[in-house]
Design a protein around this ligand. Sequence first.
Ligand code: NAP
Length: 551
Amino acid sequence: MAQRPKARCDVVVIGAGYSGLYALHKLRDRMGLDVIGLEAAADVGGTWYWNRYPGARCDIESIHYSYSFDEQLQLDWSWSERYSAQPEILAYLNHVADRFDLRRNYRFGTRVTSMEWDDDAGRWRVDTDDGDEIAARFVVAGTGNVSIPKEPEFAGLESFAGPMYATHAWPHSEPDLTGQRVGIIGTGASGIQAIPKLAERAGHLTVFQRTPNFATPLRNRPSDPEEVAATKANYSAVRAAARNSFLGVPYARAEHSALEVTPEHRRQTYDRGWRTGGFAILVESYTDLLVDEQANDTVAEYTRERIRERVTDPAVAELLCPDDHAFGTKRLPMETGYYETFNRDNVTLVDVKPNPIEAVTPTGLRLTDGTEYELDVLVLATGFDAFTGALTRMGIVGRDGQKLNDVWAAGPVSYLGLMTNGFPNLFTITGPGAAVALYNNPLAIEDHVDLATTVLQHMLDNGHETIEPDAQAQAAWREELNQRAHATLFPRANSWYMGANIPGKPRVVMMYVGAAAEYRATCADVVDDDYRGFDFNRAAPSRTPPCSSRG
Ligand code: NAP
């Protein structure tokens, strides 16, 4: 492999999704720093580059699931649907890259293979699979929370004779499934979006379900020009309202406990949420759905009733009704015609909970009891090594040779989800411990990039060389994450929120459970209180050469 010349820069930004693109723009164009972007994919888009399976679309309304940092950008761009499909979101991110001329700083098709902090130089040495070696004073990792797939656990996977597709890496040219016997494993948000579309295209679709999920109707429709005009006339107020709402979407605020109202009141409320679609039923209905099991039971049972109404075969309906977790404590998928899909003649639901998949065979799947399913095509929608997967695969070595993987062996630790003690000048955008999974991602990302760049500007203004959180602040943040989460029903579910979807992964609270406004207030308070909890110059290098151009 031809070795490229060693490069130097102020900041390496990893990733060209929502996080990386905004970070690169802000660092380069607003702060005047020398930035190199690294991206494993051939182009921009992040999750929306890779997840191009049939049915992939956002489930936060597009007018909210978009950048707010540039007024003219949000006024100029128009979404064709209430919830845009993957191609339109990817087109948007391409538009952003073009508009702000972001591609020129990126090296695409380049994956970080290792990153080592050099205390003497006060630099990260970043190595890539292209043979790049970059010395950077700061690294901003915009590597995403659900970007690295879960390793498939099925024996014999390589023996399958037909094509195998994964939702997280769907081919760029759409496979022709006409007349094919297709099997899909996984009924999370990806599977629930893909299954109705695959059923329309396949000869026969067999859905291998281990655990049913609560899913609520998406209620997608073309954008309403009047609504769009009203939003655009008032976009900054809309964004402020979003940032002050749970989930980062300006849903109406719930006011009552589900247990202080009558069954009729609950029925009307849940009907309204069900008709509205999206997260409305979870967020707008009652204050205690995520903290009180009895309250949660009311919305869980309401949802099971809707499932039973929509699925004609009662036995199939029962299989689709979740009973192992509280409503909304696993990431709620949104559906369009999902339940009716199981009324089709060409769709079979197979419960692999009592009878797990034993092996993939050359001709299909075999279950533990020996039942074989013949398949032409196999689709995996088996999820992600969430929160930590991308960061623990980059070979990150911090101060004194500490490996991030060792420091995080019992679960990730961080301060504000932004930095980890022992890893100076490394910013993890919406990293583990940040407000992200319960916060509309583009806004969560903007907030976190803004926090990182505020810290960075402070360092530049004050001549600081390094920053990292102190161990006490980090321990206190872990405690806060635990306390917040354990005051809710979230930790009880076997979800990727808890790392529970990956065999052997430590089961810990991986995210900030709370409203975005509270998290943002905490971050603002830290900044105002002279960057409380951060150590500056702890790992100060003996000599830090000035940043120069590459070469
Ligand atoms: P997921 O929610 O983790 O679902 C993975 C599915 O695969 C589950 O049904 C799981 O069953 C099944 N599975 C995994 N290993 C299995 C095994 N060995 N045998 C049988 N079944 C197995 O993953 P996802 O659907 O890709 O969604 C992940 C997240 O990505 C979402 O929660 C969401 O945040 C994001 N996403 C968002 C959208 C959107 O609309 N914006 C769309 C797609 C994804 P068990 O539950 O039994 O483990």
